[in-house]
Write a new protein. Sequence first.
Length: 131
Amino acid sequence: MNKLTLSMLVVVTSAAAASTALAQDAAAGKTSFNKCMACHSIGDGAKNKVGPELNGLDGRKSGTAPDYSYSDANKNSGITWNKDQFLEYIKDPKAKIPGTKMIFPGIKNEKEANDVWAYISQFDKDGKTKQ
């Protein structure tokens, strides 16, 4: 009985550790977002740069940021941004949307990508932090 209890404890602890490892950390995401800042802005006063501003990305249809000149590939991708779409995209943008203008090589680390999403998704369309 003790071996069974110990085995179950190991399984539960391992599952919890894996869950925690993928937990989103917006503060870490803000640091990782520095990789994106050459082309994108976010937050109060964000403007389009080489890439579109990212305020309100969660729930926004791809290719619809005002006053940004998107590629046809991006406008016609049919993507509505959410966590799953973003995580797939950010690994390899050109694989997710062939023909995109985005030249970023991607973020392959799953934890880092989750952290970046936690940071980006906290901003509403007006650049305010969601409550």
